[in-house]
Every structure is written in C-alpha cells, then in structure tokens.
Ligand binder design. Structure first.
Ligand code: G3P
Ligand code: CA
Length: 375
C-alpha cells in the first residue's frame, strides 16, 4: 500500500472526528488545518518580513519570527558545493553585489557559486538603495543564509518558534534537491513526529506536526517531495501561465501590447473551470494538502497576478478536503478580500500588518524588534 494512501486515510479519519462536515464528505477548513497542525488562518512570512528588511536575510527572518509569524517562507537553492540556501531569483543580480564582486559571472545562476563565494556577497545594500525610507546602516553587508542558518533562527526565540515553509525553486536546476532537503531536515530533527503535547504548544507552529510545509510550482518536484517526505504537508503553487494553469487567451505578453508584465498577468484567467479544477485534483492525487494560488492585488504591482482565489475556486478546493494559502498579499484591503473569498492563510511580506489584521498584533514595534536583534 503506498505511503500516501496510508497517511491520507489516517488524516481523513482524524478529520471526521474534528469538524462539522463542509461538503458531503469533508470537514470545515479549520478542522482540516488543525488535523495537519497548521494554524488557521496562517501567517506565512514571505522571504521573512521582507517589506521591512532585505528578503531572505537574518534581519528579515528574525523580525518575522519575533513579530510572531507562523511560518518563515523561503525559496530553496543549492550551491555548487552542495549547500542548501535561500534565494528567490535564478541569479544573484537583483539582491546582491555579484556584479562588482564577480563581474564576469554576474549572470550565472547561483548554483555556479560555492557557498564560500556566496558568503562574500552583500545581500542587504540593494534594499537600502531601493527603499531609502526603510533603509538601515546595519542592513549593508547582510549575508545569504543557508537552510541550516534559517533553522537556527527559527529555533532561537524561546517564546515563539515559527515553522518553515520551504519552496523548491526552479527544481529542474537542482536534480535531487528534494532528497537533499529530506536529509537536512532529518539531520536537524524537523521530520520527527511531534508528540500531541508539543503539537498543542503555545510556543508556535515550529513545535508541532505542521512545523514544515513544502511548496512547489513544479509537478515533478511535488511527486519527488511526496516520495521523499510522505508525512510532511505539501502545497502545490498555482498561477496562470507557462508550466501551470493554461490561460484562456493564447496571446503572449510580447503580442499583448501591455507595457507592464503584471498588468498582463492580472488579466490572465484559466482556460476553463475544468482546467482550474484539474490542477487542484492533480495536487490532491499527488498527496498535497492544499494549493498556493496567486492573487490579483487592488493596487497592482509586481506581486499581482491572476485572481485564483475566487470564491468558487476556494470552495472547490475545500470540497476536496484541501486548504488554500494565497500569495503574496500585503494590504489590508486585499487581506479583507481574500479572507472573504475563503482562503486559509496568506503569504505576506508584511507579517506585522497581517498579524494586526488577524487580531494577533506583535508585542513590539518593527523598530523595537529590529533593534533588539542588532539591526
Ligand atoms: O511561494 C509562494 C510565493 O512565494 C510564490 O511566488 O515567486 O515569490 O516564490 P515567489
Ligand atoms: Ca516562494
């Protein structure tokens, strides 16, 4: 019997005991989340508290942790010498000074660099230049972080221990990264089952059975993650475009006449209801416990994509016994909108704002927390 089946059967039997039936055969989303040890609604700090500090650095992750975020989100890559680390883009230009330190290799993917080379890069100064109103001298010289270092950060606050929400980013560039991730999480004790006492701990999700969530846009990577870590909750990320949901219109960005890519993306919609549903069905069949769809944001911007959290979409996903964690939402007007549409958690760059919105405000201000952490 496949491990997936065994686990699904167990989770379902738990679910029936936990909540009122939602559709014919599934409980309320809150009960689904509880059965997986996932807070509802969940605050997922996207690349850390990345509105207020340089993304994926110690400043951003420590701030998200101490504000009280449920999860530290990261995009996982692997260095030339096999070290797992966090970086969103497929090269280092936007968020480091690679162009001045390694001019001849500035366009190379991060995997072309050893960890020692990556550690020479300044991953903070770009933020000060781009966002002078949020700049801090202490951000200059911040380093790229390994997964080990992010784990250390997640564990270091005795009062609040967030979980890890890990995306295999461009996994085709890193064959075997799913296995490497499993080994690392196992070595660090993040795959061991949590006792029921710990699962209910007030210290945060990082102590319970929902302490790690794995996420990917890539169907093949989802299968590999399920094979390597069948017991760990997984989310299939969704958008409308290449490699994901097929768009209604075949007109490309280049042919569309739009100047802004995100305006173009914002107008994209799934080819059909059936096309959307078959992605949710696929996610479920591969062992995912939910989806991570894109959102269309009120003010547009470079995080605004197709609206994949329309009420019927969320309802369909819930009816399959699955959760919806939407990315990436920063404004109260959009928090309202996506929550009203029925999502179960939000990826946000502004953990402090989302915590306020959920009436779980942080004890200290952003400035206080940054200062306390030496920034
Ligand atoms: O992982 C959820 C969200 O982060 C997906 O978009 O491009 O920011 O990784 P991206
Ligand atoms: Ca991500």
């Amino acid at each position: 019997m496949p491990a997936t089946f065994t686990r699904s059967a167990l989770v379902l039997s738990l679910l029936f005991g936990l909540g009122q039936a939602h559709a014919a055969s599934h409980p309320e989303p809150k009960a689904i989340a509880a059965a997986h040890g996932i807070p509802h609604p969940a605050v997922i700090a996207h690349r850390g508290a990345s509105f207020d500090a340089p993304e994926s650095t110690a400043a951003a992750y420590k701030l998200a942790r101490d504000l009280g975020a449920d999860y530290l989100e990261m995009d996982l890559q692997r260095s030339k010498d096999g070290v797992l680390f966090a970086l969103h883009d497929d090269n280092l230009q936007r968020t480091t000074d690679v162009a001045s330190k390694f001019p001849e290799r500035k366009d190379s993917p991060a995997t072309a660099f050893t960890m020692a080379e990556l550690k020479t890069l300044d991953a903070g100064s770009w933020f000060n230049s781009k966002y002078p109103d949020r700049a801090r001298p202490s951000y200059a010289g911040l380093k790229i972080l390994t997964l080990d270092e992010i784990i250390d950060i997640a564990r270091a606050n005795p009062q609040h221990k967030p979980g890890l929400y890990i995306e295999t980013k461009e996994p085709q560039l890193f064959p075997g990264i799913e296995h490497d991730l499993k080994e690392k999480l196992q070595d660090r004790g993040w795959l061991s089952p949590a006792g029921s006492k710990l699962a209910k701990s007030a210290l945060g999700v990082g102590q319970g059975k929902g302490k790690v969530i794995l996420q990917t846009f890539d169907k093949n990577s989802l299968q590999l993650l399920e094979k390597e870590m069948p017991q760990v909750p997984k989310i299939l990320l969704l958008w409308v475009g290449e490699g994901s949901i097929e768009p209604k219109s075949a007109v490309t960005f280049a042919a569309s006449g739009e100047k802004d890519k995100n305006v173009f993306y914002g107008k994209q919609e799934p080819k059909s209801e059936a096309e959307f549903k078959q992605w949710v069905d696929y996610a479920k069949a591969q062992g995912a416990i939910g989806t991570g769809p894109s959102a269309k944001l009120t003010q547009g911007g470079d995080q605004s994509y197709s609206d994949l959290v329309q009420p019927w979409m969320n309802q369909y996903t819930h009816d399959q016994g699955m959760l919806v964690h939407v990315y990436t939402v920063d404004e109260p007007v959009d928090y309202e909108k996506v929550m009203a549409a029925g999502v179960d958690g939000i990826f946000t760059n502004r953990a402090s704002e989302l915590l306020k919105f959920y009436k779980r405000p942080a004890a200290g201000s952003i400035d206080d927390v940054l200062k306390k952490n030496g920034f």
